[in-house]
Design a protein. Structure first.
Ligand code: WT7
Length: 657
């Protein structure tokens, strides 16, 4: 941590926001919860699990004998979709609204729990009719429309495994993910609405499956959303509406083992190949529901909850689908972008549905800050009573703005740290209990054990910075990487044996509160989404002009980090490639095509050499200095000390042009 960062941590530490007595009194989480979990962690988790409906109760809480491969509640059986749907209806909550859907063009649709249950039962029957059964993988590539939630729950209901691929990923990225998981079925839509226009999805599926590239896929279910014409392959494609119309609304949920796989979700690691993070049923649902209830202080009878994440990310899995629905919440789902058709769209939605709990990302908050407080000030946001943040560290300035401008100075803010791998929130204040500190995620939740360690794995005392580790297994932990147990062991459990290494640096302040400082590996965090430098590099070198590439995450005021690439061109392609500007344009589009628009580098610089150590490792630190326009740091470990002056000299010349 730099001196400036340390100073920021310690000055912010002085600012504290204790809970209001009114909030504390009505809060779901009461102070005794920490003591209860500390006294007997496994009994605490068993009690949380018993808030779910078990078709067959469990006797064993945790089996850690085959560490790091955990089994939670493994002799119990449940049905995840039954827990999210049927039991609410059977217990008299069928008329409660589950989903207020707001389409970008302004169309709306409401699903009560009874209606959502019927839709999921039909979809489950439709999937069964297409030959999908327990253990089969279904890829879901949809916009943020109710069918995304319905599809996920239908897959869960029949004991199959979903692999949701974010709609912003390209055909190539989709193909890789379908192929790695050997998906049997793809659920997609003609498209969705973004920024006032239809944005097609089906063509990417067609391209991903073209030339027999994904032989595992037997059918594609296509939801009609935009109504735009799409290519149609009679031997594969089936209209979702036809399949639903033909399906019965009767479906009895079967019981599945607690460790039955629920989903795979691909995320970026430090290599070029995305990893399929595997989550299972009972433990995952237990922690998703527990955290959703306690961290967001959910009062399901009165709250209207809105998590702005897309279902393509883990936040959408745990805090749009499984946590809220297991808890019987009423929530808003919005299809589009925050600024369409006007910059106040989100605030208009909050006013319209009287949203009381908002969960979003620092990058969104910073972009609203930039737009000025006049925009949200024009709407009535008085229904809000709690605000959440996720995806990256929230800087204290953004935290204060969120509190004052959006929360009217009265809403507690929960800064929640977790990962695709952890499945659910791990570190967060508990509203009504914690004295809030802007910029700090503060404490591991009751039931979660974490530490900050130094290079040798020694646990650090308050006042020190180091690496963030999880010291005990937790119910919603990943169970592995799809088809790759070695990468699971090596990637997470080898740096500090017997402890899970999250990949983040963190500092414990003098009060014992945690400040997560960001990734310490070659993983970028762009708008709260993970991207690996290696993945971008391999996309770049796949282009015929590129001999070598290095990508770094440069600090960005809005998105946290943004990719900046450095490429060496192949000598025989220099003439064809033309000007630096042309290379920049062509290669940025190439990355968009290979991975998706979220990975598009801010800039691609053509350089004569890359800075490397004597062992050939690219010194990204130096490139980051260049990308952030700082003076170059220590270059003594460079194999060729002249390289950096070649790069900076070239850039200076470019700037002078
Ligand atoms: C990485 C995980 C968890 C869902 C969204 C991202 C960073 C996440 C915070 C936070 C500081 C955070 C970490 C983590 N991160 N939340 N509250 N404060 N950093 O999921 O793509 O799996 O990325 O996001 O660096 O390791 P993900």
């Amino acid at each position: 941590m730099t001196e400036n960062e340390t100073a920021a941590v310690f000055s912010a530490q002085e600012r504290r926001f204790p809970p209001s007595p009114d909030f504390a009194l009505q809060a779901i989480a009461q102070p005794g919860i920490y003591q209860e979990a500390k006294a007997d962690r496994l009994t605490f988790w068993a009690n949380q699990a018993n808030l779910l409906h078990w078709h067959k109760p469990f006797n064993h809480v945790l089996d850690w004998t085959n560490a790091p491969f955990a089994r939670w509640f493994h002799d119990g059986q449940l049905n995840v979709a039954y827990n999210c749907l049927d039991r609410h209806v059977l217990e008299g909550r069928g008329n409660r609204v589950a989903i207020h859907f707001e389409g970008e063009p302004g169309d709306t649709k409401t699903y009560t729990y009874a209606e959502l249950t019927i839709a999921v039962k039909k979809a489950a029957n439709a999937l069964t009719a297409l030959g999908v059964g327990q253990g089969d993988v279904v890829a879901i590539y949809l916009p943020m429309i109710p069918e995304a939630v319905i599809s996920m729950l239908a897959v869960a209901r029949i004991g199959a495994i979903h692999s949701v691929v974010f709609g912003g990923f390209s055909a190539e990225a989709l193909h890789t993910r379908i192929d790695d998981a050997q998906a049997k079925l793809v659920i997609t839509a003609d498209g969705g609405f973004r920024r006032g226009k239809p944005s097609a999805l089906k063509p990417a599926v067609d391209e991903a499956l073209s030339d027999g590239k994904c032989p595992s896929v037997t059918h594609v279910l296509v939801v009609k959303r935009t109504g735009e014409a799409t290519g149609w392959n009679d031997s594969l494609d089936i209209a979702w509406e036809d399949a639903m119309a033909a399906a019965s609304a009767e479906h009895e949920a079967q019981a599945y083992d607690a460790e039955n796989p629920l989903f795979i979700l691909y995320t970026s690691g430090t290599t070029g190949k995305p990893k399929g993070i595997l989550h299972t049923s009972g433990g995952y649902l237990t922690q998703a529901a527990y955290t959703h209830r306690n961290v967001f202080d959910l009062h399901p009878e009165t709250d209207v909850y809105w998590c702005t994440a897309d279902v393509g990310w883990i936040t959408g899995h745990s805090y749009v689908v499984y946590g809220p629905l297991a808890n019987g919440a009423t929530q808003v789902i919005y299809e589009g972008t925050p600024d369409s058709p006007h910059p106040g769209r989100w605030w208009e939605i909050i006013q319209k549905y009287k949203v009381s709990i908002l969960y979003t990302a620092p990058t969104a908050i910073r972009s609203f800050m930039k737009g000025g407080r006049e925009v949200p000030d024009a709407f009535d946001l008085s229904s809000l009573r709690l605000l959440g943040s996720v995806g990256e560290p929230i800087n204290p300035e953004a935290w204060m703005w969120y509190r004052d401008v959006i929360g009217g100075g009265k809403c507690p803010i929960v800064d929640t740290w977790w990962q695709t791998e952890t499945g659910a929130i791990m570190i967060s204040p508990l509203p009504g209990i914690t004295n809030l500190k802007p910029g700090s995620a503060q404490l591991a939740l009751p039931g979660i054990e974490m530490a900050v360690v130094n290079d040798d794995g020694r646990v650090l005392e308050p006042g020190h910075g180091g690496y963030l580790v999880i010291t005990q297994p937790w119910p919603s932990m990943l169970r592995g990487i799809w088809q790759n147990p070695e990468r699971y062991q090596e990637g997470y459990w080898s740096r500090f044996p017997t402890r899970y290494f999250a990949g983040d640096g963190a500092k414990l302040d003098n009060d014992g509160d945690l400040w997560v400082l960001g990734r310490v590996d070659d993983v970028m965090n762009v708008s709260g989404h993970r991207l690996s430098t290696a993945e971008l590099e391999s996309a770049l070198v796949a282009h015929e002009w590129v001999a070598e590439a290095a990508v770094v995450g440069a600090t960005d005021d809005l998105t946290g980090q943004t990719p900046v690439a450095f490429v060496i061109l192949r000598t025989d392609k220099v003439a064809e490639a033309g000007s630096d500007e042309n290379v920049n344009n062509v290669l940025r589009n190439h990355v968009t095509k290979e991975i998706g628009a979220i990975a598009k580098p801010r800039q691609i610089m053509v350089v004569p050499e890359l800075p490397k150590t004597r062992s050939g490792k690219i010194m990204r630190r130096l490139l980051r200095d260049v990308a952030e326009q700082r003076d170059i740091g220590d270059t003594t470990t460079l194999a060729d000390v002249g390289v950096m002056s070649l790069i900076t000299g070239k850039l200076a010349a470019g700037a002078a042009d």
